[in-house]
Write a protein that binds this ligand. Structure first.
Ligand SMILES: [Zn+2]
Length: 116
């Protein structure tokens, strides 16, 4: 695929509520119910990579002496809509925002209002 075609498919970066380091639960797919930490967010495709979730065996060719070949486990991206942030009190929840009197914005759990 050409560079321009790839950019078009990726689309305009989405403003994502999820961040690297967030603890999320998987809502669909083969790893439904699993929880893990986000290791990467990809706003261009509205996807996230969650540690230990959606792992695919990848047959990697040896590209250099440093990068060894063979079968490796690779975390594949999940669509952001297929994961939910985990609140320590409520479990899988949605993210809301609270704006304080000083104008600062905080991410909160929509159920209990705890900061996430
Ligand atoms: Zn909560």
């Amino acid at each position: 695929m050409s560079r321009t075609a790839r950019a078009a498919r990726a689309g305009v970066p989405t403003k994502m509520k999820l961040r690297r380091g967030d603890k999320v639960q998987v809502l669909s797919g083969k790893d439904r119910g699993k929880t893990g930490q986000i290791t990467r967010v990809m706003p261009g495709t509205n996807r996230v990579i969650v540690e230990g979730v959606n792992v695919a065996k990848k047959h990697q060719r040896q590209t250099s002496t440093r990068m060894k070949g063979g079968i490796i486990d690779k975390d594949m991206p999940l669509h952001a809509s297929n994961v939910a942030i985990v609140c320590s009190k409520d479990g899988a929840t949605r993210i809301g925002y609270r704006i304080d009197a000083d104008g600062s914005k905080h991410r909160v759990c929509v159920h209990c209002g705890a900061e996430l």
